[in-house]
Design a protein around this ligand. Structure first.
Ligand SMILES: *Cc1c(COP(=O)(O)O)cnc(C)c1O
Length: 404
């Protein structure tokens, strides 16, 4: 490592809270699927900032929209109207078929906002006694890092010594519709779930699960809240992952790729009166719905559709998945994926996934381990067939090594 790399890493370690354990690469530039480190080495980005950079690094049209808007007006707060918010509403509603939109910034804020909204809906529309609302969530969920959210996580690492936590959440196994049926009570206001559990290691539920979930929620007047912050906006080869299941959520959460990685932009979308229960002064955010965020998100959504990125995610995802399945290596326990949301789960005896990610780095690929034994693969949706094949050669070479 050159001295400049050591400087960046050491300085981060010296001053920063150690709440991450980054792979030892210092990035300074990105374009499309590629990123470059401070020494000029090029890598294919197979993380895409946890799927926030789906449109590719520094997409020229999103960049132009951001710069143009930054010259004109960046922040007004919602105390005044701005000339971008209405257009953002119109375009995101048209894209997703939603009726109401609540703009926020981070994904966790969208989740928190949805929790507040469905509770309020439960009290004011469903008629749940005040203070009794229950929300059902799944084991191994990942919905963000705020206190409210980590309180219903089942991962000891994210919870330990952060309590006490808010009550009102029930945890059931993911992919088990019977467990949902048994957990619902008259006080249940919502079922909050990821279509595919991302951080848990790209866990795809059994076919037909969400159909049954939709039926149960409808039958019991329970709001189905789909956290599509990672799966949404083309990542799985459809605009929304719910489309694979042929269902519609009552509340959909988007974030990450909503800005193409330029800026934190998230949104709560609803098809009913959930967001309608919010009155002036009851919820808000200084930056939520600001004109810069809206201009960036409008263009990020536009290029996703105009440049065929969703279809490309389906096409290249199928190619990538098949290529990974064709790798004959006894380190591999299972290969999973839908669209460009992919994972290779290693046999525990093969050693930690982290070692494989470090080996991939040496071959020009940046990927991130999750939960000890899983390598997640989520390149930008603009990846080409040649780039997929280039990556597959390197995955094959790495996965046939043994780091145990
Ligand atoms: C990343 C993520 C979040 C949290 O988003 P932040 O912007 O990091 O707060 C919530 N839900 C899911 C499914 C995610 O992948």
């Amino acid at each position: 490592m050159s001295s400049s790399v050591i400087d960046f890493v050491a300085t981060e370690a010296r001053f920063g809270a150690h709440n991450y354990e980054p792979i030892g690469v210092v990035l300074s530039r990105g374009e499309g699927v590629w990123v470059w480190d401070t020494e000029g080495n090029r890598y294919l980005d197979c993380l895409s900032a946890y799927s926030a950079v789906s449109q590719g690094h520094c997409h020229p049209k999103i960049l132009a929209a951001m710069v143009e808007q930054a010259h004109r007006l960046t922040l007004t707060s919602r105390a005044f109207h701005n000339d971008q918010l209405a257009l953002f509403y119109e375009e995101i509603a048209a894209l997703t078929g939603s009726h109401k939109v609540l703009p926020m910034n981070s994904g966790a804020e969208a989740v928190e906002s949805a929790i507040k909204s469905v509770r309020k809906w439960g009290y004011e529309v469903k008629g749940v006694p005040d203070g009794q609302a229950e929300i059902i969530v799944c084991a191994n969920n990942f919905h963000g890092r705020t206190l409210g959210i980590v309180g219903f996580s089942t991962d000891p690492e994210t919870r330990t010594h952060f309590g006490p936590f808010a009550p009102g959440f029930k945890i059931i196994p993911f992919g088990d519709a019977t467990a949902l049926e048994e957990a619902i009570t008259p006080n249940t206001v919502a079922f909050l779930v990821e279509p595919i559990q991302g951080e848990a290691g790209v866990i795809i539920p059994p076919a037909g699960y969400f159909m049954k979930v939709r039926e149960l929620c409808t039958a019991n007047n329970v709001m189905l809240v789909l956290d599509e912050i990672q799966t949404g906006l083309g990542r799985t080869g459809k605009l929304l992952a719910e489309q694979h299941e042929g269902i519609e959520a009552d509340v959909t959460l988007l974030g990450k790729a909503l800005s193409g990685g330029f800026y934190p932009v998230s949104a709560v979308l609803s098809n009913n009166d959930v967001l309608g229960t919010l009155r002036p002064g009851q919820h808000g955010s200084t930056f939520g719905g600001n004109p810069l965020a809206c201009a960036v998100a409008r263009t990020a959504m536009r290029v996703l559709v105009e440049e065929g990125m969703i279809e490309n995610a389906a096409r290249q995802g199928a190619r990538f998945l098949q290529g990974l399945k064709d790798i004959r290596a006894n380190t591999i326990r299972e290969v999973r994926g839908r669209g460009l949301m992919l994972a290779v789960e290693l046999h525990p005896e093969a050693g930690r996934a982290r070692r494989y990610c470090e080996a991939l780095q040496g071959k020009g690929i940046l990927a991130k381990d999750t939960h000890e034994h899983t390598i997640r693969i989520a390149p930008p949706l603009v990846i080409t067939s040649d780039q997929v094949d280039w990556a597959l050669e390197r995955f094959a070479a790495t996965l046939t090594q043994d780091f145990s």
